[in-house]
Design a protein around this ligand. Structure first.
Ligand SMILES: Nc1ncnc2c1ncn2[C@@H]1O[C@H](COP(=O)(O)OP(=O)(O)OP(=O)(O)O)[C@@H](O)[C@H]1O
Ligand SMILES: [Mg+2]
Length: 691
């Protein structure tokens, strides 16, 4: 996120011969325009609210490109003053680019100049300014007025009998405008915002450079909330916030009176903060007078029949896909085992040929789904806002007979919808159960012996002390492992401690489901870099490397197939988590505990913690649970004693845990948010890659 405030380049004032003073004024009695001042004026006689300028936005014929790709064509942006809009659309459709185009004011989306726009997208740059001060300074108009006040107070009366002015503004006006900006309680308001976003009183006085990227993004957000621009653009604001800060932000935005556009993958956040939805689809903007939940109801309870109908169609398609995957996986493993790449390719190319399950349930279902889709298509065309509109007169006469009686069909399908919904809800549930049971049974059968489920249920809390788990030698010579968590066959979602013999080397391989590891002992080398002990590494889906082990051997904690296509990452990232990393910061709530934030995305958050010996404190656990691995030392909590190289999962049933570090203190790897996030499909990955 970064706070971008109207980045349009402003022309220098014409009177260049005049000397510029501390207030930015040229010719001190001349009234300065917003262009000369370099910020939008929100108070005084020149403010849009006084000049009667409209605060609604209507910009048509918008065309936006990203490189050569056309993202919007002939679209219309319509934002009413004080409304809160959720901007939605599938990944990569151009939501972020549109927000950027609105904020950059480079002519792509010509929003009137009198609008003050702030776009929270990137973190602020860290420097020596205290956090609280940086938030206060974000209000450029207030800063300017304070300087003008200072200059006017220092100014001597020139005896002309006229009120002294700086930048065309006299002292009385300065006071009135500062009052309009709420200058009296500015510091208190800034402090409240910062506290809501997780900054303690002590943190607020620390220089911004001491904070990690994620926290500097919170500062960027705080600055925008403090300034209250006419148009606030938030791109994934919850990405860098914990659950407390998200709740606080939701409450804060409820009382927000200006226009806001929010892009967020977090449906709950969208539902709680927005009242209107803009759908970016097929290069156009479509408007709905309701939030995300109204548009895409998550449950069919209490929703209109056409909405239920739409949900059913989507669910039916998903079920058909699931049935296909299950049947295909079973057939493939039964017939060919897992090693025949040629066969695997054939199976994946012609899935229907290997699906008796689909042919049995599928024929009747497929017919019904087709009818449903037809009815839905016809019905939805007639529903306001959901279809592209009705055919024009000329087209009607040329339309086939079926379309001519479309109104009749539409009425019939709407009337029949309740019956169809009830009928298919029941059959859908039965089929879904059958598919799941069938997969369950199969996985437990001897035909899928390679399948292992070990501590794999993410909804269950558990603690594994690996000192009581045996090393298992693997087929690759010189490699042994302690399994901690596993789900899958040869390709598995797995959390494992792996030990490699000195100087071992391995062939190049691709990470089909992504790989995340932590070097516990020794050195690891690969194409990317040397990764000594205390290195945390992420190799994203599709990345490739050829690892080699150092002369002392190497032990790592590795997590495989726990990433998702839904959030792209660089192919390789690594962090030094040793003491020498300067980003370790003191945790204000528990003495003797320090934190190092390393990775954060909408799907997961990873940080490290160092605890001094024998320290105790109540630790907040995110609602979505967390995973902890003890790299050094030990600690204890309600789950038991966590010794060195122990792993635990708190599924989120406890929101607060009292933890006490052992006599050597401890160094912890802590991962959260991921337990309820999507990840690669392990069942689908049992088919070897066709390359
Ligand atoms: N600077 C650029 N040059 C070329 N293509 C770009 C550039 N920036 C973005 N794109 C492409 O433009 C498209 C829209 O990107 P954008 O980030 O706006 O989408 P989005 O809707 O915000 O996606 P998401 O939901 O994943 O955040 C994507 O296909 C992206 O790859
Ligand atoms: Mg985006």
């Amino acid at each position: 996120m970064g706070r971008r405030q109207d980045t349009k380049k402003r022309e220098a004032p014409k009177a260049s011969s005049k000397k510029k003073d501390a207030t930015g004024g040229y010719g001190k009695t001349e009234r300065l325009s917003a262009d000369a001042l370099g910020f939008q004026i929100r108070t005084g006689p020149d403010a849009p609210s006084k000049t009667g300028a409209s605060m609604d936005i209507e910009v048509s014929e918008i065309v936006v490109f990203a490189g050569k790709q056309e993202l919007l064509y002939n679209a219309t942006l319509r934002l009413a003053q004080g409304h809160k809009y959720g901007l939605i659309g599938r990944n990569g459709v151009g939501k972020s680019t549109l927000l950027r185009a609105m904020a950059e004011r480079d002519g792509r989306v010509p929003i009137p100049q009198h609008f003050m726009i702030m776009h929270v997208e990137q973190e602020i740059k860290g420097d020596d300014t205290a956090v609280l001060q940086s938030v206060l300074q974000a209000d450029q108009e207030r800063e300017w007025l304070l300087k003008v006040e200072q200059e006017l107070l220092e100014k001597e009366d020139d005896g002309s009998g006229q009120e002294p002015k700086v930048g065309g503004v006299g002292l009385m006006e300065v006071y009135e405008r500062l009052e309009e900006l709420g200058n009296d309680d500015a510091e208190a308001r800034a402090a409240v915002i910062l506290a809501g976003l997780g900054f303690s009183g002590e943190d607020q006085q620390r220089p911004t450079r001491e904070f990690s990227g994620g926290w500097r993004m919170r500062i960027a957000l705080a600055q925008s909330l403090f300034v209250q621009p006419d148009l606030l653009l938030l791109d994934e604001p919850t990405n860098h916030l914990d659950v407390h800060a998200v709740t606080w932000l939701e409450e804060f935005l409820k009382t927000w009176e200006k226009t806001v556009v929010v892009v967020s993958h977090d449906r709950c956040f969208l539902n709680n903060t927005t009242s209107n939805t803009v759908f970016l689809h097929r290069k156009r903007l479509w408007y709905y007078g309701g939030n995300y939940e109204t548009l895409f109801p998550s449950s069919s309870k209490g929703k209109s029949e056409p909405c239920k109908f739409l949900v059913l169609v989507v669910r039916s398609v998903l079920l058909a896909r699931r049935l296909l995957q299950v049947a295909n996986l079973k057939q493939f493993i039964q017939r060919f085992g897992q090693g025949h790449k040629k066969m695997a390719k054939q199976a994946s190319l012609r899935p229907w040929a290997y699906c008796p399950l689909m042919t049995r349930i599928g024929r009747v279902q497929a017919l019904c789904y087709t009818l449903l889709l037809l009815l839905a298509a016809v019905t939805l065309k007639e529903l306001p806002g959901l279809g592209p509109g009705t055919l024009r007169r000329g087209e009607m006469s040329r339309a086939p007979r079926l379309l001519r009686i479309r109104p009749v069909l539409a009425l019939t399908s709407v009337a029949a919808a309740p019956l169809v919904v009830r009928r298919f809800d029941r059959s859908f549930a039965r089929c879904e159960n059958r598919a799941e049971q069938s997969l369950d049974q199969f996985l437990k059968s001897s035909k899928a012996q390679q399948w292992i489920e070990l501590n794999s249920d993410k909804s269950q809390s558990c603690l594994v002390n690996t000192d009581s788990v045996d090393w298992i030698e693997t087929a690759a010579g010189g490699v042994r492992r302690k399994m901690i968590e596993r789900l899958g066959g040869e390709v598995a979602r797995a959390t494992t401690v792996v030990n490699f013999q000195p100087n071992a080397s391995f062939p190049a391989h691709v990470h089909r489901g992504g790989e995340e590891f932590l070097v516990l002992q020794g050195d690891w080398y690969d194409d990317w870099a040397t990764q000594p002990a205390y290195t945390y590494v992420r190799n994203y889906i599709g990345s490739k490397h050829t690892p080699r082990i150092g002369p002392k051997g190497c032990t790592i904690l590795v997590k495989l197939c726990q990433m998702s296509e839904q959030h792209k990452e660089p192919d390789h990232s690594q962090w030094d988590i040793s003491e020498s990393n300067t980003n370790w910061r003191v945790c204000s709530s528990i003495s003797g505990r320090r934190l190092l934030n390393v990775f954060e995305s909408p799907l997961e958050e990873v940080h490290f913690e160092r605890w001094q010996p024998n320290q105790s404190g109540d630790v907040d656990i995110p609602e979505t649970g967390e995973e902890v691995f003890v790299i050094e030392g030990s600690f204890a909590d309600e789950l038991g004693e966590h010794r060195t190289w122990s792993w635990s999962r708190n599924a989120g049933d406890k929101q607060r845990l009292k933890r006490t570090s052992g006599p050597q203190g401890c160094l912890l790897y802590v991962k959260s948010r991921h337990l309820r996030s999507p990840e690669v499909d392990i069942a689908a990955m049992q088919t070897p890659a066709s390359s």
